[in-house]
Design a binder for this molecule. Structure first.
Ligand code: EZ4
Ligand code: CO
Length: 417
């Protein structure tokens, strides 16, 4: 008689920021943890799990991970989408955690075992003016990072994606970013509104990133995120003009809804491109991978349906020499970070993990076996995903409404944030 799932509980908490956590418990008392956080839409996933998924899990064999995945994906009839896929991802993470605990093995051993010793990661550095950007990059290098994403202010714009607001502007309604990273979501009943000017950014970015490259020398892996702002010809120009900065990657240089437009960017530049943090299935990734329009696929392991589905995306990418460079912002929990690291350790075509770090108050709730040393991460050897959740500590930090910003062009029209 196999073990059975006896409960599936959803915990919504806000230690520093909002997180949605799934706790699956088996009749034998094995507990698996999953993350289901979708920044700014947390309660939708919580409801999806509580109201529609948890009742279906009761009585199921927790080790039938793929069958449960197919049951939830095909069984919903309404396929794909960030809320559905994050919910399925949370279940998948929790079931892999349980499978590892039953086997007494870290999840990476269930995935074929380690193919590398450690996992390259990049962190974030930002500042409004160049000296502040350089100081921020230096601070991250001093902390051991060998890959750093640099974001900077743009003359004439008050608030820019990826940059702390200048002194005196409360861009995140006090949500804080104590880990030294940029916290994009703001607590409050409405999103913060930013003004965006592509011309000003295009005039400023190439010289700024070239100056960062001059400052750090040739070895540091330097990344930059254009965050979906540009139209195709603008994206092509930016990618070309950034070549002197020798970027490790340029991220989300244009939105990837109509993926044909990436061809124009590719024709004009050899700057490596990374896209996909908002993708949630292999179908979103398919065209960019098989047409080799990108070099790194950014899909987040949890948002893309968990380990079971993300590994299929990464395997497709391997056919085209595209590497995995998964999203790992502080707005997915340390549980997702663990899952991403277990899969990364066992995947040949893994490239780099985004790692912003977490605020201490977040780590008081989410304990983790994964660790950072000298620019690299490791998932740890504990059975399962190696994460723990302190439910009492979580209860001390109730949910608080929070939204990602929206952006408008100078004429007041909504544009991509
Ligand atoms: O804006 O995770 O590369 N990282 C990013 C992130 C995203 C946030 C959105 O919730 O683009 O900062
Ligand atoms: Co990004």
């Amino acid at each position: 008689m196999p073990d059975r799932i006896v409960s599936a509980d959803v915990i919504v908490c806000s230690p520093g920021r909002n997180f949605v956590t799934l706790k699956i418990t088996t009749a034998d008392g094995v507990v698996g943890w999953g993350d289901a956080t979708v920044n700014g839409r947390e309660l939708s996933v919580a409801s999806y799990l509580r109201d529609h998924v948890a009742p279906l899990l009761l009585g199921r064999d927790p080790q039938r991970i793929e069958d449960t995945w197919q049951y939830l994906y095909r069984g919903a009839y309404w396929r794909r989408g960030p809320i559905t896929m994050a919910a399925i991802g949370a279940v998948d993470l929790a079931l892999w955690d349980i499978a590892g605990k039953i086997a007494g093995q870290p999840v990476f051993n269930l995935l074929g075992g380690a193919v590398r010793d450690r996992i390259l990661c990049y962190t974030h550095a930002n500042g409004t003016e160049l000296p502040e950007v350089l100081d921020a990059v230096d601070a991250k290098r001093a902390a051991g990072f060998v890959a750093v994403r640099a974001q900077f202010g743009v003359p004439g714009l008050d608030q820019v994606y990826g940059v702390h607001a200048p002194e005196g502007i409360d861009d995140d309604h006090g949500a804080g970013a104590g880990h030294g990273g940029y916290e994009p979501a703001g607590r409050g009943a409405r999103p913060v509104e930013e003004v965006w000017d592509t011309g000003a950014y295009l005039r400023h970015a190439p010289a700024t990133l070239a100056a960062v490259r001059d400052h750090v020398g040739p070895e540091l892996k330097l990344l930059h995120d254009a965050h979906h702002r540009l139209r195709p010809v603008e994206a092509a120009r930016l990618a070309r003009e950034l070549e002197p900065a020798d970027l490790f990657w340029l991220e989300d240089v244009t939105p990837a809804e109509n993926q044909q437009v990436l061809r124009l960017v590719r024709e004009h530049s050899t700057t490596p491109l990374a896209i996909g943090e908002v993708f949630n299935t292999i179908w979103d990734c398919q065209q960019l991978i098989i047409e080799q329009q990108i070099d790194y696929i950014r899909a987040c392991v949890m948002h893309a349906g968990g380990i079971s589905h993300a590994r299929r995306i990464w395997d497709l990418a391997a056919l085209y020499q595209v590497l995995a460079g998964p999203h790992g912002p502080s707005d997915v929990s340390p549980i997702t970070m663990a899952a991403s690291l277990h899969l990364a350790l066992a995947t040949p075509n893994f490239g780099i993990q985004e790692y912003m770090g977490y605020e201490p108050v977040t780590e008081e709730v989410f304990g983790h076996g994964w660790s950072f040393t000298d620019g690299y991460l490791h998932p740890g050897d504990a059975p399962g995903l190696g994460v723990t959740v302190d439910e009492e500590a979580a209860a001390a930090h109730p949910y608080q409404p929070a939204y990602l910003p929206v952006a408008r062009t100078r004429d007041g029209a909504i544009t991509n944030w």
